[in-house]
Design a binder for this molecule. Structure first.
Ligand SMILES: [Cu+2]
Length: 277
């Protein structure tokens, strides 16, 4: 095999690799992790869109800076070693360079700070909510209550054989699409953390304290997350499953949920038994 053939093979492999990487993300299911995932989960809210943008922006920025520093280091090693440069220059001070290496990093930091603060405000400044869901972290499951829709409450427990593995639950949290959902969260026993990657939210659920965050899911579907604060032996087995549905489907679900969970006020005890098994 001559060199040009090898070159062609390598080029083909590279193209196939890029195509697979691109195709992989296109086929990935929304709202859940996939094997060998290297990027962030696909975004489903405006906040996550911003997080993804900020992440990519920083990645490009640090790559450029790192390459620039690498080039300078290589130049020093090659051009200014004792052999190739036996008589070193005795220059000290160079006003232009000193001003540049002070000012440019300052400008870079300002350039990072502006979108960073913009993102922080977007996350922390809650818009007017269309719906509030109270999420309580318990050892080791979640309870969801809907104060705006008849004050029903239900528990959400891991179902062993349900797909996706370790993420499927019996009762999902259900919310309408394109609505601002205010999540108020607390812990019933120890600190848990409510996190859904595709929504770009992660917030501690602390006993004796009510934390708030928000999301506005722009696509219907299932979205999964996990407790993200080490909370005891079954920390890994208290997934979060959020089903985003249309307004109509949500109204129907509320009606069924009201009946289903009103007739079962003791399900806290039932679920406590289920987790203990
Ligand atoms: Cu937990």
């Amino acid at each position: 095999m001559n060199m040009s053939k090898i070159g062609h093979r390598l080029l083909g492999l590279a193209v196939a690799g890029v195509a697979m990487a691109a195709g992989g993300s296109a086929f990935a299911e929304l709202g859940q992790p996939k094997p060998w995932e290297m990027t962030l989960q696909e975004s489903a809210t405006p906040v996550m869109d911003n997080i993804v943008w900020f992440h990519n922006f920083l990645l490009i920025l640090i790559t450029v800076i790192t390459l620039f520093v690498l080039v300078l280091l290589v130049m020093v090693v090659v051009k200014f070693n004792a052999k190739s440069n036996p008589v070193p220059s005795k220059t000290t001070h160079n006003t232009l360079i000193e001003v540049a290496w002070t000012l440019i990093p300052v400008l870079i930091l300002v350039g990072v700070a502006v979108p960073s603060f913009r993102l922080l405000f977007l996350q922390l400044d809650l818009p007017k909510a269309d719906l509030t869901v109270k999420v309580t972290g318990k050892q080791w499951y979640w309870s969801y209550s809907y104060p705006d829709n008849g004050k029903f409450e239900f528990d959400s427990l891991l179902v062993q054989d349900k797909k996706p593995r370790l993420l499927g639950v019996d009762n999902e949290m259900v919310v309408p699409v394109n609505k601002v959902i205010r999540v108020q969260t607390t812990g019933a026993d120890v600190i848990h953390a409510f996190a859904v990657p595709a929504f770009g939210i992660k917030i501690d659920s602390i006993p004796g304290r009510l934390n708030e965050t928000w999301f506005k899911a722009t696509k219907t579907g299932m979205y999964y997350g996990q407790c993200s604060e080490l909370c005891g032996k079954d920390h890994a087995f208290m997934p979060i499953a959020v089903r985003v549905v249309s307004d109509q489907e949500f109204a129907t679900w509320v009606e069924t949920a009201k009946k289903k969970f009103a007739t079962n006020p003791g399900n806290t005890f039932a679920s406590a038994g289920a987790t203990a098994q």
